[in-house]
Write a protein that binds this ligand. Sequence first.
Ligand SMILES: C[S@@+](CC[C@H](N)C(=O)[O-])C[C@H]1O[C@@H](n2cnc3c(N)ncnc32)[C@H](O)[C@@H]1O
Length: 290
Amino acid sequence: MSFPCMNANCVTQLRRRSASFTTRRPRPGMAGHVHLIGSGPGDPELLTLRALRLLQEADVVVYDRLVSDEIMALIPATTRQIDVGKMPKRHKLPQDGINQLLVDLALQGLNVARLKGGDPLIFGRGSEEAEVLRAAGIGCSYVPGITAAQGMASSTGVPLTHRGLATGVRYVTGHRARDRSLDLDWASLASEQTTLVVYMGAANIAEISDRLIAAGLPGDLPAMAVAAATTPREARIVSTLAALPAEIAEAAPEAPVLFVIGHVVSLYRGAEDGLAAAAHAGAMQVAANA
Ligand SMILES: C[S@@+](CC[C@H](N)C(=O)[O-])C[C@H]1O[C@@H](n2cnc3c(N)ncnc32)[C@H](O)[C@@H]1O
């Protein structure tokens, strides 16, 4: 792996410094260690140096479906790789099974890299896995990743906050557990001063839009959907809060999809914008009504 923006001296120093942080070598008869690692939103160049080093040192990598093929390609082919990825409605391995797998691997004395999309602590269940590992007496540590919202902001050029447009940002889940309604505080979310980023909301965007409008947000508030942000498959649908659900239903973008609702979306300058296009020439704008 080369780091084009750094000289060899810098890279050596970084490796020395980061090596002192977290590495635990497997020792016979002793529990191993689990690193809960964020892979970022998909672009392999958004992986942290620490994540890359730990992935290359791991005895085994346990990974999710959101981890991109390009990132998986950075793991030595000889390293054991276990796919516990979850497909909607077709869970490959339930969360309890993943927890037990991590415990079992660590009890074998292995150095385990648990690799997740984005950041492990933002809708990533990283802290749930850490709780189980700690309860089993196994050492674990977190390695942050760039969350999808931040990746989207850079790849589209739409900021999360902007003076005069948004004084804050909120990340919420749009996922609804089976037979339950969306458990969100609609009144507090209906603020035009705050950018709302909805993760896991594709199946429920119509209800989300209706509930936000009923709680006071204007239907013509700019809103966008970004699919597969930071990857060559990135697609954007730029619209309004009221119109977005119908446009999503028609365009049926490929998962994963993130929704951004708020005045910051008015700063979107299109796929040809220099800021966004430089790194993501392949990004496709599906519609632009905002
Ligand atoms: C289980 S959450 C995981 C979030 C992840 N831990 C993070 O920090 O980005 C999965 C949701 O994240 C969002 N997501 C993750 N990666 C994405 C990407 N590259 N583009 C758009 N949305 C993404 C989608 O809303 C998806 O349904």
